[in-house]
Design a protein around this ligand. Sequence first.
Ligand code: SF4
Length: 501
Amino acid sequence: ADDVALDPWGSSTIADYRKLFEEFGIEEFDEVLDEVPNPHYLMRRGVIFGHRDYRRVLEAMRDGDDFAVLSGFMPTGDPHIGHKLVFDEIIWHQQQGGDAYGLIADMEAHSARGIAWDEINEHSRDYLLSLIALGFDPEEGELYRQSDNDTLQKLAFELGGKANFSEFQSIYGFDGETNVSHMQSVVTQMADILYPQLDDPQPTVIPVGPDQDPHVRFARDLSTRMRFFKVTDAFASFELDDAERPVVAAAYDAREEFAEDVDMPRCGEAAEWLADADLAELGILADESVRESAVEKLENAGMEPLRPRIRFFARQATDEAFEALIEEIEGEKRRYDQHIDAFDLDIEAAEDLAREVEAHHGGYGFIPPSSIYHRFMTGLTGGKMSSSIPASHISLLDDPEDGYDKVRSATTGGRDTAEEQRRLGGEADKCPVYELYAYLLTGDDDEFAKRVYDECVGGERLCGGCKEQAATLMREFLEDHHEKREEAKEVLDSLDIDLES
Ligand code: SF4
């Protein structure tokens, strides 16, 4: 466990999640759990254990603002119960009001894993059927495959212009042997992550396994680079004067700086500006007819420090954008008044403001994407659950009887003898069968999950009966899932997704 590598294409098991917090800056999910409205059982049970910047999404969820969820599937084999975690996460966010996206990473499967196209087509279909069968609403959300999405490819091309080979080397370990299509699939994946924000910037969560974190970090990084690119454009096309430039630039900087261990002095200017601004007076400016006179009024009132900024907005902002901006600033102020410390307020307000300005300049205005991380399921045979070892996982396509048999033959956290088990209790924490209960079989029923756990560690539950119960539940789950997949076929066929070419 000393050697925690995050490699999206590797097969290393991540044994020590704590390292992720310490070395990679993933935050503990526990700390935001209380802020989640109706948390999913995977959150309540600690299966979803980490996040980056998820508060931003939660805030939108609570305030009824726009937010999105997106995750992708590499169609290299059958979808299995490990993938179901991600399906559930997408579906839950959709049910909480998010724009939901499910994508097929077919370019990645082809270039990074060398899977043939006809095989990719077949697996893609299976992933999408299971996603719909589990509750994804394709009328409300969007399903696509990478190779078939022109808008995505254009965005990938733009993003590629902001990435270079040495980064690919250091982030992914690419070398002289790496094929060029693999690199293209990386920028495509970056484009996937930012795709929900193409029309309108919105907080977006990417539910993934921790091995996918390098993609998330790189996408967060690129999202801010795209922003800078456009700021420079804005400088050129709007001829900002010397007084205006640093203010706008500082506002742009603020987000990034805050996220990466705030460099206070650089943010200071934007923060100070917002602290100084008289919100009521700025509000008046939303009405175009009084804008000019308000500027004059403020100038006459001796509010000299505000002048260049006011002029900037008076010139650039439409009434609508301006009003939205004022509303955001006022929202921040209210939050501040309630409980947030003054400097946080200013940074947040500055970043919102920066995005508003940028979107107004025809830029992307991307909000750095957030992410949540779930634990990997242990394989039924112990070790890692792997698509390439059939006995280690239960495929969502498995015959229900085979599912039953696999659970019956699974490794457990049980003791050598029944006598010992009664005396010492089982080791539920090390038991793949208990994981099946917690991750899937008990569904939303926390009492049931807790009962299995308590009875196991208390020595009241013996493995034979416990596995029989789990196997039966698994058989029922698969029977039900297969029925729903049948129903989903019609839905999938009615969508405009090409699964033949
Ligand atoms: Fe696992 Fe059940 Fe045995 Fe406990 S009783 S170790 S949960 S199989």
